[in-house]
Design a protein around this ligand. Sequence first.
Ligand SMILES: *[C@@H]1O[C@H](CO)[C@@H](O)[C@H](O)[C@H]1NC(C)=O
Ligand SMILES: *[C@@H]1O[C@H](CO)[C@@H](O)[C@H](O)[C@H]1NC(C)=O
Ligand SMILES: *[C@@H]1O[C@H](CO)[C@@H](O)[C@H](O)[C@H]1NC(C)=O
Length: 356
Amino acid sequence: MVIGIFLFVSLYNVVFSATNLIVNGDFENPNSIDPWECLGCKPNGLRNSYKGDWSVMVTNRDQSFSALTQRIRSTGGENYIFKSYIKLLKLVRGTMYTDVHVYVKYTDRYGTYIKQRFVDYPKVQIGFGWTELSGDVYIPNGIQSNNFNVSIEIPEHEVDFMLDEASLTVIPNNPYWKSQADSEIDRLRKATLTLTPVAHHNSDYYCQHNQGSYCIDISYMYVEIKQTRSQYAFGSTIQPDLLVNDSLTNYGQFMYDNFEWGEIDNGIQWINMESDQRQLDNETLVQALQRLRSHGLKRWGSGLFSALSKSNPNWISKLPLRDINLAIKDRINYMAALFNERYVYNFLIQDLVIND
Ligand SMILES: *[C@@H]1O[C@H](CO)[C@@H](O)[C@H](O)[C@H]1NC(C)=O
Ligand SMILES: *[C@@H]1O[C@H](CO)[C@@H](O)[C@H](O)[C@H]1NC(C)=O
Ligand SMILES: *[C@@H]1O[C@H](CO)[C@@H](O)[C@H](O)[C@H]1NC(C)=O
């Protein structure tokens, strides 16, 4: 008996090669960046590259929007992939990183000027060296003058950088993607399961004459396979108050049936849990965690601390510094005990760095 089981789904990777719409993206001619323009900046060929011999070095930017720009001839109506390599040379004194942005700029068919940021690479450091900068963007058709600009910008004008190997290609429209994806799923993500029924009595002669529980007739056998957990964990955020409300059982059931992780980010904020110091409002949360645990779901929390004062209890701001530290320790210890498992470490780290 052979049964195909669906193991897990992955995104189908389309492999294609396409024309580079950016001209002189490799900057191999040190004397000219044409048809690029450095608007409000100074370009220089530099014999240090990601690939080939040369790249362009951009310095003397006088505004945050001073940018290396190229006008692309295209009627729009397509999805495009931009890709390039950037290397930072100089940051603002005293800073450790900067954000790098790539924009498309065009006038749409209604005459509206559009400036769309489609690459946002945060916190790039000099130590990264050559770093890929890439993203994709849709440009509607009917754009005016049949062209749009691609420009690479960095908010702080003091930052200098190098750029190399820039490309912009059209992602071909594939009307068959769904059936191709399905057949790839069949090919790559399904496994064969072989079940061998073992009879207590394996003499055909005996079974033909004596029916009964010792003999298995596979023509009447029915096997049902139910997948209860994914190999790759899927999670969802939950609202603890809905999870514990017994008149809303479908809410929890959906969660238990479909996910391996439950993330609690509502009702867990400090202000909601401890509006008066040491008076913990924890009943709903404790009950929600118990339900997730008893259905085998991992628990994840977010919002342990916040940089926004409105998300922290009022009494905090009235404490002397030493007591603020103690209150923070109390909260970490309490929440760590409540979540009480190894995921608590992720939980703490994530929340200590996210200011929401
Ligand atoms: C595109 O860049 C060129 C300079 O290369 C500029 O003259 C033009 O106005 C820009 N177009 C848009 C829509 O920003
Ligand atoms: C539970 O859900 C019902 C239906 O939405 C609602 O009327 C009720 O107030 C909820 N109970 C609690 C305790 O929130
Ligand atoms: C809930 O908070 C109370 C104090 O308000 C505390 O005594 C109790 O231990 C807490 N329960 C859990 C499971 O953390």
